[in-house]
Design a protein around this ligand. Sequence first.
Ligand code: GLP
Length: 258
Amino acid sequence: MLVEILDDYEAMSNRAAEVVIDQIRRKPDSTIGFATGSTPKGLYDRLIEAHKTRGLDFSKLTTFNLDEYVGLPPSHDQSYAHYMWTNLFDHVNVDPSKIHIPHGMADDIDEHCRWYERRIEEAGGIDLQILGIGANGHIAFNEPGSSLGSRTRIKTLTSKTVEDNARFFDDPEMVPEYALTMGVGTIMEAEEVLLLANVTNKAPAIQKTLEGPITAMVPASMMQLHRFAHLVIDETAASELEYTHHHGIAEVPDGQRS
Ligand code: GLP
């Protein structure tokens, strides 16, 4: 695993942007997996800036998002589709026909999930998957206990997640209880996974991800089995690591993959 520990959120976002921009420049027709949440917002701001000021071209990319709430139309301001359009897609020249986001209102959810997996395969797999992490070690909506070989499917959200989300909804009836999510197995097939984390409340999850046993109770711990897991985290998220001297970028020559 390549672990880079940066000073703060700004530095983390800058470094993550370098990795993504480098991928797009090296392979303009890359397939990129996008994540939602507060963590990658700084990264997306920098991608927009690179498009506007340095001509970064998104037109040949194919994109796949990790997850979406069940029961929310893409137009709902809490849907992940809405998040992606407002935080990134509306501001760059991505081809709408190459964007994939699980559809939370699909009539046949199981068929939709199988179609999503097929689309990833037909696109030649994901070159770079951007990931956040939940405070309990979840990735996408693979909550603790998720099968480590899981594929795109419907998941019941934990009562904690449902409670946490309630504040974003005016109508309590609309608070989602289910989500569609790529599985841990789907995520593991990406060529490179770029996991971002900042904020102190992520520190225990990052410690378990890097230094704990591989367990379904911490789905992110599967990063230990990934062929190229790249973690770009800030000092606060790294604050509970025991072996920071092994993880620090100073120890890892540029481009070295381990
Ligand atoms: C949700 C999303 C995840 C995200 C996580 C952390 O559970 N499904 O994909 O990584 O929240 O979100 P944040 O970045 O806001 O801390």
